[in-house]
Design a protein around this ligand. Structure first.
Ligand code: AN7
Length: 379
């Protein structure tokens, strides 16, 4: 492959569909282009005729889908002359903001809830050199503080309230359509702030526009002039959002005061894209549902064990929810389903090890007979 054609990230790949011009300095780390993996073993256990694909966003540069949005948000912040970005975060946004800020040579300020973010994410924010503010409070309180401080301080917010974030994240829908040759019938995602489900809907809607079907929300940056160059599709998926029961404002019909869940990434009680998410649900004919922590962890383990794919707990809500809705027929047989695995399992080793107390692990002497015996015992 000629050097100029190598993959350098989603902004270059989808340049014509993103708010950049020819001389924009792109802050990128090769994000996007993540695998869409067809599940082999789980569908068989469901006893239903469905095609399930997972979009493994945990393989982005910092291990989550946030990188798609962050390359766009930080590119734009730098383009505007900003020297610092700020975010509140349950973990992944802070890791991503820190990495892209490092790449750009600017400062990242991150507000995280003390004691409630997964260890891998904290390690990332520290390593990338962010200024970390652990708050004695939750994500929602951090978010309010960030919005207030950004009114006067010279910092650019890179949470998903920044519209450039959603522009970057919409490219996941482009990739799925290119690979499947059409939109899936159902697209299932874990929902926290609801930025990602909104971004996917923007992406699918822009693709649908290319075949001349009615589209209700055009690209904000090109007034609907863009023409998606990939596979042509007139259809859009039904969008399904899953939340953790202890942190499920979309199921309760309003903000949750004190959200709690093992899936700390989606420990969010006051979603920033509240209205947009309801619009997505209405326009796509989709729904929200909730999973208990135990169901989330079960799905995470099942996906690892049966398919060799390790995602973080929050991400597993998508596959856990989809499995339930396939079993009960809400997602009918014959459907093609895509589940977004938003973050890498390595982000949260503590939760993983905690639930593997029955792991097949023995401690033995460093000698051949012991190894042989262990093999025979486990066969
Ligand atoms: C793995 O990092 O909000 O519904 O501050 O990390 O777009 O909020 C993370 C969210 C799903 C929810 N899965 O996405 C943060 C943060 C993972 C996540 C979500 C998040 P949105």
């Amino acid at each position: 492959m000629p050097f100029r054609d190598r993959y350098t990230g989603l902004v270059n790949r989808y340049r014509d569909h993103l708010p950049v011009n020819d001389d924009t300095r792109i802050i990128g780390l090769g994000e996007g282009n993540t695998p869409l993996i067809r599940l082999k073993n789980i569908p068989r256990t469901l006893g239903k005729d469905v095609d399930i694909y997972v979009k493994y966003e945990g393989l982005n540069p910092t291990g989550s889908f946030k990188d798609r949005g962050m390359t766009m948000a930080v590119t734009h912040a730098v383009d505007e002359g900003s020297n610092a970005v700020i975010c509140a975060s349950t973990g992944n946004t802070s890791a991503s903001a820190a990495a892209y800020a490092a790449r750009a040579g600017i400062t990242a300020f991150v507000l995280i809830p003390e004691g409630k973010i997964a260890m891998g994410k904290l390690a990332q924010a520290m390593m990338y050199g962010a200024v970390i503010m652990q708050i004695r409070g939750n994500f929602d309180q951090g978010m309010e503080l960030v919005k207030q401080v950004a009114e006067t301080a010279p910092v650019t917010i890179v949470n998903s309230v920044n519209p450039y974030r959603l522009q970057g994240q919409k490219t996941a829908a482009f990739e799925i359509i290119e690979e499947l040759g059409r939109a899936p019938d159902y697209h299932c995602l874990p929902v926290g702030n609801a930025g990602n489900i909104t971004a996917h809907w923007i992406g699918y809607s822009e693709c649908a526009a290319t075949s001349g079907k009615e589209v209700t929300r055009a690209c904000n940056f090109c007034s609907g002039q863009c023409r998606f160059a990939g596979a042509v599709t007139g259809s859009r998926p039904v969008m399904v959002g899953y939340q953790a029961s202890g942190s499920a404002p979309f199921l309760r019909g309003g903000p949750v005061e004190d959200p709690d869940t093992v899936a700390t990434a989606i420990r969010i009680g006051n979603p920033q894209s509240w209205q947009q998410a309801w619009t997505v649900q209405e326009e796509s004919g989709g729904w929200f549902d909730e999973l208990e922590d135990s169901e989330i962890l079960q799905a995470q383990k099942l996906l690892s064990e049966k398919e060799g794919i390790f995602c973080e707990p929050a991400s597993a809500a998508s596959i856990g929810g989809a499995m339930r809705d396939i079993r009960n027929g809400r997602i009918p047989e014959g459907s093609t389903v895509v589940c977004t695995l938003t973050g890498n399992g390595l982000k949260d080793p503590d939760t993983a090890i905690d639930q593997c107390r029955d792991a097949r692990m023995v401690t033995i002497d460093a000698e051949l007979t012991s190894v042989k015996k262990a093999i025979l015992d486990e066969m």
